[in-house]
Design a protein around this ligand. Structure first.
Ligand SMILES: Cc1cc2nc3c(=O)[nH]c(=O)nc-3n(C[C@H](O)[C@H](O)[C@H](O)COP(=O)(O)OP(=O)(O)OC[C@H]3O[C@@H](n4cnc5c(N)ncnc54)[C@H](O)[C@@H]3O)c2cc1C
Length: 484
């Protein structure tokens, strides 16, 4: 370990690794990863990377993204995403990344919900994230420190000097000229979610502790088609691409009830499908299924090998058997507020990128498969911006070590209670009353004798609830019943 780094990157998903891969080789860079490098949402991504198929498609990709975002996107950020998306994907292909091709050897674009045309590239069938992660790891030229959880940022007078970490049961500070937060979303705050176990809003909580602004935190996306009947925390996602290619959502009588809610049925935006499934389930007590009978077995195995094998291990023979489904938490549109270069305005030398950040590209709802693209595009910008600022003068300060107890007896129980509380009250369908009740309980938990790590989750949960309470009417992914 070096006493001082040029750049510290928190997180080894697409955003963190692609930032590292776009920094000059002669810099001193260290990537910090809470667990194994692959234990991240990037690794589990299935569907693909949305990208304009050519320059003429940029305007339509922008339009689709803005429409999904329901008026809350920052238009300039969306333009950057869609325009620079073409370059970032071309760069990846030039470096040797292999997206699936059709029989003529051309890139195979597929369709996902709310895209006006086929524009989603995929790799390894439905293993886009795994392939991309493997490729970025193979290309990585800097060291990674595994099993290293960042527990605090070293900030004084509006400048970031490094991070405090827990590694091998030891707590120590690591210093750097620039720090990049690429720590992903908030999945573990919810009872049902599709996220990696490492994704638990630590850095959202740390930022809130330091008074750093988060934005659009009420905007949480719930994936409509998830197999939740398994015992482990990360539930099995059934990719959007299944519906894009013809799978149907049905009740136990085979009825496509989604048509009662929206004429686009399975191809409606995610929030509409999730809300429809959730309310139909609640009002009828019916079990809901994904019907894959439109696929032949040979095609399904080739196109969706991960889903085929994962579900086989869970006892389902696809595509013949229907899969029971439920919506589950999937993606955080909101996050740490940044500018278009990933800079956090209130703290010098501190950046955020990927799902943890909010540059304004997703607004009130994310267009399917725009997030891997976001990671690719904005990490290139962050790397460029860091290199521009690296020569700025910076004093070297030593910070005291973090002394408070990280975990206390009873924290696990609180964690589980929090998950249920968030699912019930800050989930797919919210009410003012439910949000107020949840805020009260979170405040109670915050005032208890508890460890510092659970505090980070509680702070982020409180922010989601407060943002939900501030937005009095439904918009995009924020659906509030009994509006006032
Ligand atoms: C099942 C699933 C399928 C998806 N499918 C798609 C898809 O097809 N297309 C698409 O565009 N998007 C998809 N998404 C969303 C997309 O995968 C994520 O938004 C994206 O990968 C986020 O990348 P990231 O680098 O920001 O974060 P992640 O890939 O989640 O990486 C976060 C990293 O931060 C580390 N970390 C977290 N906290 C700390 C800490 N305190 N200290 C140190 N390290 C920390 C984690 O260990 C991890 O290495 C999917 C998501 C899921 C869960």
């Amino acid at each position: 370990m070096k006493p001082y780094y040029d750049v510290l990157i928190i997180g080894s998903g697409v955003a963190g690794l692609n930032t590292a891969n776009n920094l000059k080789d002669d810099l001193n860079v260290l990537v910090l990863s809470k667990d194994y490098a692959w234990e991240c949402n990037t690794f589990y991504a299935q569907g693909g990377v949305a990208v304009a198929v050519n320059k003429d498609d940029v305007a339509l990709h922008v339009k689709d993204t803005l429409e999904a975002g329901a008026g809350l996107c920052t238009k300039e950020a969306v333009e950057v995403l869609c325009k620079e998306g073409i370059y970032s994907v071309e760069k990846l292909i030039e470096q040797g990344f292999w997206f699936d091709r059709d029989k003529n050897g051309e890139l195979a674009y597929t369709k996902e919900a709310a895209h006006s045309r086929n524009r989603v590239l995929h790799a390894g069938g439905d293993a886009t994230g795994r392939e991309l992660h493997y490729f970025l790891m193979k290309s990585l030229k800097f060291p990674i420190l595994y099993n290293t959880q960042v527990i605090d940022l070293l900030i004084e007078d509006g400048v970031c000097y490094g991070v405090c970490v827990r590694h091998d049961k030891k707590i120590f500070n690591i210093y750097a000229k620039s720090v990049v937060i690429a720590s992903g979303g908030v999945g573990s705050l919810y009872e049902y979610h599709t996220n990696s176990r490492t994704i638990s809003a630590d850095m959202h909580g740390v930022c809130l502790k330091h008074g750093i602004e988060l934005r659009d935190m009420e905007m949480m996306q719930f994936h409509p088609t998830v197999f939740v009947k398994c015992s482990w925390a990360r539930k099995q996602l059934l990719s959007e691409a299944l519906r894009g290619e013809g799978a149907k959502v049905v009740d136990s009588h085979g009825r496509r009830f989604l048509l009662d809610y929206d004429s686009r049925a399975e191809l409606s935006p995610r929030n509409i499908v999730s809300e429809a499934i959730f309310s139909y389930q609640q009002s009828t007590n019916e079990e809901i299924f994904l019907d894959l009978s439109c696929f032949s077995k040979s095609y399904f195995k080739k196109r969706f090998p991960s889903i085929y094998f994962n579900m086989k291990n869970l006892g389902y023979d696809l595509p013949m058997q229907k899969i029971p489904i439920s919506p589950a938490f999937h993606y955080a549109m909101g996050g740490i507020k940044t500018d278009l270069d990933g800079k956090i305005q209130s703290v010098r030398d501190l950046y955020a990128v990927g799902e943890v950040a909010s540059s304004g590209v997703h607004g009130a709802n994310r267009l399917a498969s725009n997030s891997l693209l976001e990671g690719l595009v904005f990490s290139i910008r962050v790397a460029k911006s860091i290199e521009k600022d690296l020569n700025l003068d910076k004093k070297k300060i030593k910070f005291p070590l973090f002394e408070k107890k990280l975990v206390k007896k009873g924290d696990k129980k609180l964690k589980n209670e929090l998950r249920k509380l968030m699912w019930k009250n800050a989930g797919i369908i919210r009410t003012q009353k439910g949000l107020i009740r949840a805020r009260q309980r979170v405040n109670d938990m915050l005032s208890m004798d508890r460890g510092e790590l659970i505090k980070l989750r509680l702070l982020c949960s409180k922010e989601i609830i407060e943002s939900g309470l501030k937005r009095k009417s439904s918009l995009g992914a924020h659906y509030i019943k009994g509006e006032n």
